[in-house]
Design a protein around this ligand. Structure first.
Ligand SMILES: [Zn+2]
Length: 219
């Protein structure tokens, strides 16, 4: 998926994720304290990073756990690295790989080199013939864990308002396809009544080349 958001658009998306009504005065006040967003602030934050092409999104739980969904494209790795430094991020707790295309895992080595991975690196558990894939596998090392639909990551586990990340689809959930995009992990994030879905390059519809993987998971 092409992603060409500028910082103002990213900011708007973050506000949408927090369900804060957008007002110019509020924007000025919050931009003045931009660094605060990189730390636990009691709110769920989802930052859709401008990674040039492909995807890279950072979830920060209300108590400060960090989950990276994909990490960007190899030729633009300065973008996610700079953005995470600007936020004041120090480490990544979980890395979730949607699929193995180079615009989704191309910056794994650079990003996790600056922001060390603490817990699991989830992916669809297959192999892929590319140098970028080999770099990803080498970088995550023993943190690597195969995703399945029984997996639920619980963030802020001891709090009254935990954040959960459920894997609802992986490897097309039995639907017959060989398209790498269709094999993407589909994750549902839940925080109280708020829900968001992050599904890599799943298309959500049937075409001559794509299968609809998402819709059956939400019926
Ligand atoms: Zn793809």
């Amino acid at each position: 998926m092409r992603n060409a958001l500028d910082k103002n658009n990213q900011t708007t998306l973050i506000y949408n994720a927090m369900k804060i009504k957008f007002r110019p005065v509020l924007l000025i006040l919050l931009l003045a304290s931009w660094q605060v967003f990189g730390q636990a602030n009691g709110k769920l934050q989802i930052h859709f990073i401008d990674v040039g092409q492909g995807d890279g999104a950072l979830l920060i739980s209300p108590q400060g756990e960090m989950v990276l969904f994909d990490d960007g494209a190899l030729k633009y790795c300065d973008k996610p690295v700079a953005y995470l430094h600007e936020l004041g991020v120090k480490q990544i707790d979980y890395h979730i790989t949607s699929h193995y295309h180079s615009d989704h895992i191309g910056c794994c080595a650079q990003v996790l080199g600056d922001f060390p991975l603490q817990k699991d690196a989830l992916d669809r558990g297959h192999s892929y013939n590319s140098a970028v894939y080999q770099s990803y596998v080498a970088t995550v090392g023993a943190h690597r864990k195969t995703a399945d639909t029984n997996i639920v990551i619980v963030l802020d586990a001891g709090s009254a308002h935990p954040v959960t990340i459920r894997v609802v689809a992986v490897n097309a959930n039995g639907i017959n396809t060989v398209d790498e995009n269709d094999l993407s992990l589909d994750c549902v994030i839940q925080f109280d009544s708020f829900k968001a879905e992050i599904g890599g390059d799943l298309s959500g519809h049937d075409t001559p080349t794509y299968k609809d993987i998402e819709r059956p998971q939400h019926q």
